[in-house]
Write a protein that binds this ligand. Structure first.
Ligand SMILES: Nc1ncnc2c1ncn2[C@@H]1O[C@H](COP(=O)(O)OP(=O)(O)OP(=O)(O)O)[C@@H](O)[C@H]1O
Ligand SMILES: [Mg+2]
Length: 151
């Protein structure tokens, strides 16, 4: 399936892009975020949350794997960094089949639990401020979402 690439030149631009993506999402959507430490996965998540009308501060779930927020839709923010080399299932299916939006940082560590239909996002650091953000839709629905996002 096609990939879509965009670049952002600041933290604010990344949040704005995520904010726009949030407006295109529908209940049950699953979004994965991959990229090296400090590339902007949580920043992107904050933008998504804003786009969903969440007013509570979103920060990385350090002590828990998943944090739940309520906005226009329920919003589930997972950071599964600590599940590397573990096959622990915290009940992922319930989140993935819910009516909320689920975002997963370091999703490659729970690859085997991810639903087939999802939007993969990869963030790459170009320099201090510049990021390349690559969208890889799995399924026709997310392909349409990406087309709308980049147009
Ligand atoms: N274009 C940009 N987009 C996003 N963040 C940027 C950008 N330019 C600079 N930054 C900075 O990069 C950092 C990204 O941090 P963030 O916590 O979002 O990364 P992360 O990928 O979630 O890290 P971790 O792997 O620790 O979870 C922030 O300090 C942010 O200000
Ligand atoms: Mg993070």
């Amino acid at each position: 399936m096609k990939k879509y690439c965009l670049e952002t030149g600041s933290e604010t631009e990344t949040k704005q892009l995520a904010h726009r993506l949030a407006k295109l999402l529908t209940p049950g959507d699953v979004i994965t975020l991959e990229g090296d430490l400090g590339t902007g996965k949580t920043t992107f998540t904050k933008g998504l949350g804003e786009g969903l009308g969440i007013t509570r501060t979103i920060n990385s779930p350090t002590f828990t794997i998943v944090k739940e927020y309520m906005g226009a839709l329920p919003f589930y923010h997972m950071d599964v960094y600590r599940l590397e080399n573990s096959d622990e299932d915290i009940g992922f299916d319930e989140y993935f089949h819910s009516d909320g939006i689920t975002v997963i940082e370091w999703a490659q560590f729970i690859e085997e639990y991810l639903p087939a239909e999802r939007l993969n996002i990869y963030i790459e650091r170009i320099d201090d401020k510049q990021r390349r953000i690559m969208f890889q839709p799995n399924g026709a629905y997310f392909d349409t979402v990406c087309k709308e996002l980049v147009q």
